[in-house]
Design a protein around this ligand. Structure first.
Ligand code: FAD
Length: 144
């Protein structure tokens, strides 16, 4: 099986409400579970950053579906490549919000990885985006 990880960034067409984000998450969890997709989806300030992991053809098909979604635009692939193991295998799709004031430490991670505390994933390199998502996921990891 050719396992790959795809990381992309995009801009929401309109600021997303909690209900709208929950709706995306429900759909993602339902479909991703059936298709062996794992990943993490980050949202803040009207921007998305998402990592999708799984079998190459399945991830490609999902990405094509996602970029056609009218809820966002300016989708840009930041990193795409073969992986030996999954990083986000604990989640069909883990959601991490950046805007919540109770989670200021997430802004610190954004600052550390991008040089600005504004969450602007479309300006990030693939390496920065990959490292940020990985560090953000640590808060939620369950030790094996
Ligand atoms: P409908 O258009 O109502 O479904 C049409 C048919 O296609 C149904 O039979 C349905 O079961 C089937 N179908 C739909 N989606 C899939 C799928 N992914 N695989 C196989 N069959 C499918 N969606 C995800 O599935 N996973 C994600 O990780 C994900 N991340 C997203 C991130 C962002 C930022 C955004 C904006 C959207 C994301 N979505 C994701 C939603 C995605 O763009 C589509 O809206 C969603 O896949 C459509 O699901 P639906 O059942 O409402 O589709």
């Amino acid at each position: 099986m050719k396992l790959i990880r795809l990381i992309y960034a995009s801009a929401a067409r309109t600021e997303m409400s909690y209900a709208e984000l929950t709706n995306i998450l429900r759909t993602a969890e339902a479909h991703n579970g059936q298709q062996g997709i794992t990943g993490i989806l980050c949202y803040g300030g009207g921007m998305f950053l998402q990592a999708l992991e799984g079998e190459r053809a399945v991830v490609n098909a999902l990405y094509n579906r996602i970029i056609a979604d009218p809820r966002h635009e300016q989708c840009e692939i930041l990193r795409y490549g073969r992986i030996a193991t999954r990083r986000y295998d604990q989640w069909k799709m883990k959601f991490v919000g950046i805007d919540d004031p109770a989670t200021a430490h997430r802004r610190d991670l954004v600052l550390r990885h991008s040089g600005t505390s504004n969450f602007t994933p479309l300006q990030m390199t693939g390496g920065q985006a990959s490292a940020l998502l990985y560090d953000l996921s640590h808060e939620f990891r369950i030790a094996a």
